[in-house]
Write a protein that binds this ligand. Sequence first.
Ligand SMILES: *[C@@H]1O[C@H](CO)[C@@H](O)[C@H](O)[C@H]1NC(C)=O
Ligand SMILES: *[C@@H]1O[C@H](CO)[C@@H](O)[C@H](O)[C@H]1NC(C)=O
Ligand SMILES: *[C@@H]1O[C@H](CO)[C@@H](O)[C@H](O)[C@H]1NC(C)=O
Ligand SMILES: *[C@@H]1O[C@H](CO)[C@@H](O)[C@H](O)[C@H]1NC(C)=O
Length: 502
Amino acid sequence: MLARNRFLLVLAVGLLLAVLSFSLQYLQLMPSSPVGEEVSRGKSRKRINPVVHTEPPELDPITEAYRYCNLPNQTEHTWEGHSLADYKLLSVHVMIRHGDRYPLYSIPQTKRPAIDCTLSPNRKPSHPLLASFISHMAQGGRGHWDASLGSLPRVPNHNFCEMGELTQTGIVQHLKNGVILHQAYIRRHKLLPPDWSPRQVWFESTGKSRTLQSGLALLYGFLPDFNWSKLTIKQQWSTLFCGSSCDCPARSRYLDLEQKRQYRLRTSDLQLDRTYVAMAAALGVATRTLRAANPVDSLLCHLCHGLPFPCANTNPNAVIQGACLTASHFAVIRRQQHDDERERQEAGLYRRYAVLAAHPYLNRTALRMEAVARGNRRRKGLEEPVFALASAHDVTVAPLLSALGLEGAGFPRFAARLVLELWKSPEVKEGKGKKGGGVENAFVRVLYNGQDLTFDTDFCRNHDRHAHPLCPLGNFLNFVRKDMFSIVNATSYQEACRQTVL
Ligand SMILES: *[C@@H]1O[C@H](CO)[C@@H](O)[C@H](O)[C@H]1NC(C)=O
Ligand SMILES: *[C@@H]1O[C@H](CO)[C@@H](O)[C@H](O)[C@H]1NC(C)=O
Ligand SMILES: *[C@@H]1O[C@H](CO)[C@@H](O)[C@H](O)[C@H]1NC(C)=O
Ligand SMILES: *[C@@H]1O[C@H](CO)[C@@H](O)[C@H](O)[C@H]1NC(C)=O
C-alpha cells in the first residue's frame, strides 16, 4: 500500500513536470452531472440533454490516462434509454471496444507485467454476476458458432496473461456495460420479451478472443442466463466490419497518407526523440528496437493495473542507477499522442479514411433501422434484430466516431461503447399507405459511453431542436447514403472508393 502510494506520488510529480509542455486544444467531454440521472429518471419526465463542453479543458495526464483505463470501480451516470414520454424504443445497435487487455508488445529487456488472466470472483475488480458468468460460459457448447469462433476460449484463462489477452478487469467492464443496457432497455423499455426469438438478437465479433469474450460478457450482463441454443455468434473477418464491401482502394490510400503524416510528426518531435533515446539507454537496448516495441501500450497496462513502471532486467540496482522507465517518459509519449490527435483532426485525412472505413457498418445499421421503422420486416418474414452487438477494436470504433463527426470524443478507451437507438413517436398510427412508411415518425439517438452526443453528430448538428427535440431517422439515412461522402467530393461509396487520391 505504501509502495503503491509512493509510486502514485512519483507518478504525479513526473506528470506535473511534463504538463509544462502541454498546450493542447484537446476536446473532451465533461462527465455528466450526478444530478442528471435523478432529474431524468422516469418515463414521463422530459429528457434533458447533458451539456457537452467543447471548450478545451486543462488536460491532466493522470486523469486522462485513467479515463483510458476505465477502471470499473466508478459509478457511471448514463443516458441510454432516455427519451420523450410515450416514445417507443424499436431497436438498439451497439458497437464496443474490447475491455482491458494485456499489452500487445513487450518492452525489451524488462519483465512482462505479472497479471493473472484467469477469472476469480474473489479477486478485485469483481462483479456480482462474475461467478454465474463463468459457469454460464462453460455451457457455451450449445451456442451456434460461426467459422473459427467456436475454437476460441470463452473466458480468459491463463495464470500469466498472454499477449493481448482480456483480463478480469476487461470482463468486469463489459458485465457492467451489459447491466447498464439491461436496466435501460430490458427493465425500462422491454426491448426484448423474456422468450426473445433468435432473430431478435445479433452478435458479431472479430476472430480475436478478447473481442469475443468482451461481447459475451456484455451480452451476459444484458441478458443474464441467456439461452445458448438461441444464440448465433457471427464472425467478422475485417476489423472494419465491412462484410462483403471491404474493397475500397481510396480508403487504403487515405490511410497511407495519414500514416505518412503521423510518421512525419513523430520523427520531427525532438522531445519525443530524446525521450526514446533516454528510455533505450536506461534499458540497454537500441532506440529503434524500443520504438518498435510501442512501449506506451505496455506502460498504460502498468498504470491501469497499479504496477510500477518496469526496470531493466539485467541490472539488480536498477532503481538506484536510473535503469527504469518513468512517469515523465510516459507523459512525453502521451503528450505527443495528443499532439498527433489534434493534428490528425486538422489535416482531415483520417476523417476521409474514416468515412470510407465506417460506411459499410453504418449502411448495414441504417438498412436495419429503416426496415424496423417501416415495420415491413415481419411482413416479409425477414425480421431484423432489435438488439445488435458488434464487438470490436479501437481501430473499428475510432473511424466510426470520426465518420459521425464525433472526433472530439477522443481515442476509444477500454470497453468503450457506442450506441444507436431507434425510437418511434406515438402520435401517428401505424399505416401502410402513409408516405415515408414510418420513417418520418422515427428518430435516432447516438450515445457514447453513456453520453448523449446526438446533436454533436454531423447529421444532427444543425437540426432545429425546438421544432422537434429528437433527431429524425431521415437525417441519419441521408447522411449514411449520400451526405457523408461530401467530404471526399463524392455521392456514393462506390464512387468515393474508386476515386484517385493524390
Ligand atoms: C478505483 O480504483 C483505483 C485503483 O485501485 C483507485 O485509485 C480509485 O480511487 C478508485 N476509485 C473509486 C471511485 O473508488
Ligand atoms: C432455449 O431455446 C431453445 C431453442 O429456441 C428451446 O427449444 C428451449 O426450450 C429453450 N430453453 C429454455 C430453458 O428456455
Ligand atoms: C448499402 O445498403 C444498400 C441497401 O440499402 C445496399 O444495396 C448496398 O450494397 C450497401 N452498400 C454498401 C457499400 O455496403
Ligand atoms: C473537393 O472539391 C473542392 C472544390 O472543388 C476542392 O477544393 C477539394 O480539394 C476537393 N477535395 C477532394 C478530397 O478531392
